[in-house]
Design a protein around this ligand. Sequence first.
Ligand SMILES: Cc1cc2nc3c(=O)[nH]c(=O)nc-3n(C[C@H](O)[C@H](O)[C@H](O)COP(=O)(O)OP(=O)(O)OC[C@H]3O[C@@H](n4cnc5c(N)ncnc54)[C@H](O)[C@@H]3O)c2cc1C
Length: 415
Amino acid sequence: MQTDVIVLGAGIVGVSIAVHLQKRGRDVVLIDRKPAGEETSYGNAGLIERASIAPYAFPRDIGSLLKYGFNTSTEVRYHLSFLPRIAPWLFQYWLHSSPSRHEVATRAMRPLIERCVEAHAELVADAGATPLMRRNGWLKVARRQSTLDQEIAEAKAYAEFGITYEVLDAAGLREREPHLGEVVTGAVHLKDPATSPDPGGLTKAYAALFERRGGRFLTGDATTLEKTGEGWQVTTEGETVTAPEAVLALGPWSNDVFERLGYRMPLAIKRGYHMHYTPERNAVLNHPVLDVDGGFVLAPMNRGVRLTTGIEFAPRDAPESPTQLAACEPLAREIFPLGDPAEAEPWMGLRPCFPDMRPVIGPAPRHAGMWFAFGHNHHGFTLGPITGRILAQMMTGETPEVETDWFRADRFGRA
Ligand SMILES: Cc1cc2nc3c(=O)[nH]c(=O)nc-3n(C[C@H](O)[C@H](O)[C@H](O)COP(=O)(O)OP(=O)(O)OC[C@H]3O[C@@H](n4cnc5c(N)ncnc54)[C@H](O)[C@@H]3O)c2cc1C
């Protein structure tokens, strides 16, 4: 089969790229080994995080470093045996988190973040998926006044970038979320972000839009990618697909292919877990809630209330070790009446991360017709649609609507 573009990976990033290329008249074949939206894009907290003005930096204050160093915090855990392997990457991350370099990352990412809700809304409207995107924001709840003060200060600082928020005292919080426990005493309600009660379902809705418009989705292994005389070739279950151009959007598995092509880029993984629970006594959660002191998110999903954890540093393919989830569960029960787990096993996902806190989006430096789009850190679900739009603009000769030099693959030296 011959096509214009092969897109490898049907997570939120690959699906969005496929839809935007198709909008620009390209014939596209989307290839994944699984159905669309069943990996990382399925299991996240569903935040379309317009309020994340600054990317998550490596902490530099001694309190946080000590807390994480003891490996007992709910937010960050690590496999001790993995530390020597991840240490060079963590050192790079730490360097990029200096105030001046963090400001660079913030400046690079802001145009994407500013467009994230609108870019999702465009695809939601096209896909007819309105129930899968909510526009009522999310809450950062605090157990301590000092935590609340810190969150208020951050929200105030972001107000100049158009972020709207409301500070809620205990009574105001209870009005908005009647079933939250007494242990949380205040909140910052971030109004601009959108959220999804089914991020995997939303990714599937965009993929269905792509297929409705004549796009083809095939099951196949991206590691069969080969360079041909005129372009690229992938072997799928049914047939061999060839195209002059290909896009690599395999999220946390992108290195399985870019390393074969000879590229070296510092893509690391921050693992994370989730579990759904049935609320007790028909309790309702109206917004996703980050328990800042507890270090986890509770999000109202169509499948139940989803408890998602922070970061685990461990080899990508090592067996699951959901100790963080076990540590968060009793804390989560303090703030919301969670009933029984709605599934037998926790889900584990892989956040694909670069140490400079920004993705790679753009042409492969040494292969004509090959394009890269991966490494969206904590905000891949947020940034999938805008990534799709700007990559499609780059590939079809339009002037991209944002500065794309920040996202070049060769910023890591001879990538
Ligand atoms: C616990 C947790 C919470 C998160 N919360 C949020 C949040 O609230 N908001 C947010 O914006 N982001 C969040 N994220 C991050 C976000 O989910 C990811 O950044 C995003 O989903 C990455 O999308 P992707 O399309 O790059 O990768 P994926 O969704 O993982 O897609 C990659 C695709 O490639 C396919 N693939 C891999 N290898 C092959 C192969 N060899 N052949 C064929 N196909 C292959 C996979 O099957 C998969 O479908 C969270 C992540 C985690 C783990």
